[in-house]
Write a protein that binds this ligand. Structure first.
Ligand code: FMN
Length: 382
């Protein structure tokens, strides 16, 4: 939230206060919650935990971090989904959760390669769940030492990649060569395409803006996000997942009682209105979009889409671009049905083809990393 918006909120609440001094700002940055980004893998000697230390930095819906890894030994493990970390309102079939697990597996594989190992990944060893995820494992993982490991340049971007929800620079068009690289890095298991201008760009800006507004207007869906908001350093450190609203500025608003879960949920409040305004502004400043389609919606296709999204996001970082998934129009709940239909009319290759990811692209200043639970909290041993 910028200062102009802050003044608007403060004015609306009849409260005038300074948005924190420098001393306050420096004590408001979470430390433990961001630690997993510092020299990942350095805590461990074995290749499995070293690779997993990078995998937990994967993008994933609402930063739920639903991964649980059952460690067998230094080179073998089984990936499970924590069924307590699903998003039943906005992701009723856990399609996006599985995409996030695909992102995790791609980072795992890249990190293994960087250490000289090939990651063998057996998907759904006990069968693919259908409508609902169940206790069956997502993937069996094993690491095999490679005599001549292939270079993987995308790995160099892992710590620099961050989802960026800010407005993008509308004076800077997305380079056509960069857009082409995003499509080709996705790999053969999916179909990835993009746009950087013209009518389709303008239409997608409006569609993603309106779909997000529809989410704001669907109380159960929006409440799911509000319940996962971590407001201020204390909440972020206690639960380094969900949607973190941190920094001196937002924390000052929270201390002043201006930024609260109740106000965010109240359509008559200025916090709610400003939330919509900020989200509108982000969507309308998109300078490009990239989308990832699969020919069906099997769980394995969702994993493939996640692996492709991970690669695209890393390539975007290498090209100096920033990204934000704009998933609302792809979600499978009633309020989204018209947007879902439109986005498939525009972007699907034919009947049955599924748009799994849609993300906006552009140039903006980096936003820094988002919180993560430490690897050890996501491991099951013995
Ligand atoms: C399948 C999927 C869907 C996502 N949808 C959205 C979205 O609609 N809006 C958004 O701002 N971020 C979305 N994200 C990004 C996550 O919120 C983000 O990855 C997570 O908060 C962790 O932050 P990081 O990517 O900066 O590490 C999505 C990520 C995935 C994998």
């Amino acid at each position: 939230m910028n200062r102009r918006k802050f003044l608007k909120v403060a004015g609306a609440g009849g409260v005038i206060l300074a948005a924190g001094g420098i001393g306050f700002a420096t004590t408001r940055t979470p430390t433990a919650a961001l630690k997993p980004w510092q020299a990942p893998g350095s805590l461990y000697k074995d290749p499995m935990r070293r690779a997993l230390s990078f995998a937990i930095l994967a993008p994933n819906p609402h930063n739920r971090q639903p991964w649980v890894v059952d460690l067998k030994n230094d080179t073998e493990a089984v990936l499970h989904c924590d069924l307590g970390r699903l998003l039943p309102e906005t992701d009723p079939f856990s399609r996006q959760i599985v995409i996030g697990l695909g992102c995790f597996l791609e980072l795992f594989s890249l990190a293994a390669a960087a250490q000289g190992y090939r990651a063998n990944i057996g998907y759904f060893p006990n069968g693919q769940p259908s409508e609902n995820l169940d206790q069956r494992p997502i993937a069996q993982l094993s690491l095999v030492k490679e005599a001549e490991p292939a270079a993987e340049p995308l790995f160099a971007q892992v710590l620099r990649r961050h989802t960026n929800r800010h407005p993008y620079d509308t004076a800077r068009a997305v380079d056509a060569g960069a857009l082409q690289r995003l499509s080709s890095v996705a790999g053969p298991a999916v179909w990835a395409r993009g746009t950087n201008g013209g009518k389709l760009l303008r239409d997608l800006r409006v569609l993603t803006r309106d779909a997000m507004r529809a989410e704001f207007g669907t109380p159960e869906a929006y409440q799911e996000s509000i319940d996962l908001m971590r407001i201020g350093r204390g909440e972020i450190e206690a639960n380094p997942d969900g949607i973190s609203l941190g920094g001196a500025f937002l924390e000052t608003l929270s201390l002043a009682g201006i930024l609260t879960r109740e106000k965010l949920a109240d359509p008559t409040s200025s916090s709610y209105q400003i939330g919509i305004e900020m989200s509108d502004e982000a969507a309308m400043s998109s300078m490009g979009f990239v989308w990832i389609n699969t020919q069906d919606n099997e769980r394995s296709a969702q994993i493939a889409a996640g692996r492709a999204y991970m690669r695209i996001a890393l390539q975007a970082t290498a090209d100096g671009l920033v990204m934000q998934p704009m998933s609302q129009a792809l979600q499978e709940y009633a309020a989204m049905a018209p947007y879902y239909k439109t986005v498939h009319d525009w972007l699907a290759r034919g009947p049955g083809d599924r748009v799994q990811m849609l993300a906006r692209l552009g140039y903006a200043n980096d936003v820094g990393p988002s919180p993560r639970w430490p690897l050890k909290s996501r491991l099951k041993t013995g």
